[in-house]
Design a protein around this ligand. Structure first.
Ligand code: NAD
Length: 354
């Protein structure tokens, strides 16, 4: 055994009703006037939060969009400056937290992240900005949220479909962390527990529309999976999904959901410890990739790239893009193998194993 582990300075407050503790977090961070960020779809929530904060809120900017368009980030930064904000409260999924990160990158304003999906951006120092159809990403410690407030009650409005695809998006971080070149024993523990918690919780989330215990367990799992993403370097699965999202504009979480069982099937026999951890986490003595595909299918998730709008002829484009730059992966990746993997994912076939 040998590893390097660099802990990230994360502060997490986790409880049902924790949304009410934003003033306590602001006090802890020494913030006096925050700009509240959201998507247009979550504007009402942001306005309620800002009203509750009273003078502690500088205003609301509810124009966050997928993949953080640079023009939106510029405007949001200008608004933060004009209103004299000394920090941001980003309430929403990865798109809103991504906007907070873009502001932090430019102006250095600390972020209080209040995640409402399982995407995990709140746990990472990774930022992204899209301009002229190109998404640039990077790592910078100053975009890591200074404080993260997890309130499971906020996930009760997540539509069932998004609960499932977002959970699979979270699991993808854990899967790739388990065989990452910079993984470590603590990350493996978090990854396995994160997948286990999400696997346990999702049936309850789907059965119970309310704010029951499964919502807490799912968000707890998402937290762990997000921490795995923040601590490690991702491999084949994420390269494929970045191509599908960036080049073909396929939707983020559903794309991860469809591709993950196929990449797990491709890699698992070349990463025995990861395979064993996934078997335990998914509760199977059989093949974990098949078990994952079956679970996602049972939970009503999309299982083909075709149904997400991809054309068959785009497979070759994604193969080229995925092979363009080298990266670590437990199993070497050839154009032929990748074409087979993507063809199965495109068609909605079960993963090829053995
Ligand atoms: P999202 O933030 O785009 O949200 C999708 C939609 O769901 C939005 O309309 C949003 O307002 C709505 N929504 C979110 N939570 C809701 C809730 N509880 N109830 C009702 N509606 C809700 O989706 P996402 O999957 O969370 O994030 C995807 C984006 O995040 C992508 O751009 C991805 O690249 C990025 N991301 C970045 C990182 C990182 O570390 N930088 C990590 C994960 C994802």
């Amino acid at each position: 055994m040998g590893f390097v582990y660099q802990a990230l300075p994360m502060r997490v407050r986790f409880a049902q009703g924790a949304l009410a503790e934003i003033p306590a977090e602001m006090n802890h961070l020494g913030l006096k006037r925050v700009l509240v960020l959201a998507t247009p779809e979550q504007r009402d929530l942001a306005e309620r939060v800002a009203a509750g904060l009273g003078d502690l809120a500088a205003g609301v900017f509810a124009e966050a969009r997928m993949h953080v368009p640079a023009e939106v980030a510029r405007r949001a930064g200008d608004v933060a400056g004009r209103l004299g904000a000394d920090g941001c409260v980003a309430i929403g999924g990865g798109s809103t937290i991504g906007l907070g990160k873009a502001i932090a990158l430019r102006l250095g304003l600390p972020i209080i992240a209040v995640p409402t999906t399982y995407a995990g951006s709140e746990m990472t120092p990774i930022w992204g900005l899209t301009e002229g159809g190109e998404k640039r990403t990077g790592r910078d410690p100053k975009v890591l949220p200074a404080s993260v407030v997890y309130d499971p009650d906020l996930t009760t409005t997540l539509p069932a479909g998004l609960s499932v695809t977002s959970a699979a998006n979270a699991m993808a971080h854990a899967v790739e962390a388990l065989y990452a070149p910079d993984s470590s024993p603590i990350i493996s523990l978090m990854a396995e527990e994160g997948v286990r918690a999400l696997t346990e919780a999702i049936p309850g989330v789907l059965a119970d529309g309310g704010a029951g215990e499964p919502r807490s367990v799912a968000l707890y799992g998402a937290w762990l999976c997000g921490a795995c993403l923040g601590a490690t370097t991702m491999s084949l699965h994420h390269k494929i999904c970045h191509g599908l999202g960036g080049t073909l504009d396929l939707p983020h979480a559903p794309t991860h959901t469809v591709v993950l069982p196929h990449v797990l099937a491709y890699n698992q026999d070349h990463a025995p410890a990861a395979r064993a951890a996934m078997s335990r986490a998914l509760g199977t003595s059989g093949d974990p990739a098949i078990r994952l595909w079956d679970l996602l299918h049972d939970w009503g998730a999309p299982t083909s790239l075709r149904e997400l709008g991809m054309r068959r002829e785009d497979i070759a484009t994604i193969v080229c893009r995925t092979l363009a730059n080298p990266y670590a992966n437990p199993r070497p990746v050839t154009a032929e193998d990748l074409t087979g993997l993507l063809t199965r994912a495109w068609s909605g076939d079960r993963p090829a194993t053995g």
